[in-house]
Design a protein around this ligand. Structure first.
Ligand SMILES: Nc1ncnc2c1ncn2[C@@H]1O[C@H](COP(=O)(O)OP(=O)(O)OP(=O)(O)O)[C@@H](O)[C@H]1O
Length: 226
């Protein structure tokens, strides 16, 4: 369970261009559940996701993961928390150019020191499950938008992290690939994992798989539907 308590995030605090991107949000996000953040552009969805994923610290308020308070942790602990708890599909965590799809997908597992052969096999399986097997050895800069998105999803899944965090994961996917992504989400939920994503995509929020939709506007939560 992830809990946010009166969380606020200010950018450029005290300056004329200051923004209250997340404004006093309190929220409980269930484990073994699929939660979608929905709302207009600029409403604070990505910022909220980055606070949940320990990629940014709140300006005020607390973020708790399974009863552990993470919002006040020093950077080295946050890095460890990110690595052990989350898989990310985020524009900001872009794939590394010059490396192949396979190398990119293997990368988050490298610090955990696994057997390289077993890791490569697991990575190829993830890549194949997303219909990208024929691109596994292609440098990521040669991929299309949808292929890049799928490589990012494969990378996010490689560590079998308990929580998948995804920012607009189906933005570049056609209907067939969106359904494939939803099948993966169904598997993750069945395995007892937590999925939290932002989405503008009605195919996502209307899916039976989604347990909760949280609506945001101007940095605030304006509605939550189970
Ligand atoms: N690094 C930053 N520095 C300054 N302002 C920022 C930064 N990141 C986001 N903002 C601002 O914070 C507000 C919320 O942005 P955020 O990206 O969280 O919204 P969003 O709902 O995810 O939007 P979109 O649907 O367009 O991705 C916006 O006004 C945005 O301009």
């Amino acid at each position: 369970m992830i809990s946010l308590s009166s969380v606020t995030k200010l950018y450029n605090e005290g300056r004329p261009n200051g923004v209250r991107a997340v404004d006093n949000v309190s929220l409980d996000i269930g484990a073994d559940a699929v939660t979608v953040l929905k709302g207009p552009s600029g409403s604070g969805k990505t910022t909220l996701l980055s606070l949940i994923g320990c990629m940014a610290r709140p300006s005020a308020g607390r973020v708790m993961i399974d009863g552990r308070m993470v919002s006040g942790l020093p950077e080295s602990f946050l890095t460890e928390e990110r690595r052990s708890t989350f898989g990310f599909v985020f524009q900001r965590f872009n794939l590394i150019r010059g490396l192949t799809v396979l190398e990119n997908v293997m990368l988050p597992a490298a610090p955990l020191g696994p057997d390289p052969q077993a890791l490569a096999e697991a990575a190829r399986d993830r890549i194949a499950a997303l219909g990208l097997a024929d691109k596994a050895d292609t440098p990521v800069e040669h991929l299309s938008g949808g292929e890049t998105q799928r490589a990012a999803i494969a990378r996010a899944l490689i560590n079998d992290a308990p929580v998948l965090i995804a920012d607009e994961p189906t933005a570049n996917l056609d209907t067939d690939l969106t359904h494939r992504f939803l099948d993966i989400v169904a598997d993750l939920r069945a395995e007892g994992r937590t999925v939290i994503m932002t989405s503008h995509d009605p195919r996502i929020w209307q899916s039976d798989l989604v347990n909760a939709v949280i609506e945001m506007q101007d940095g605030r939560v304006t509605g939550a539907f189970a």
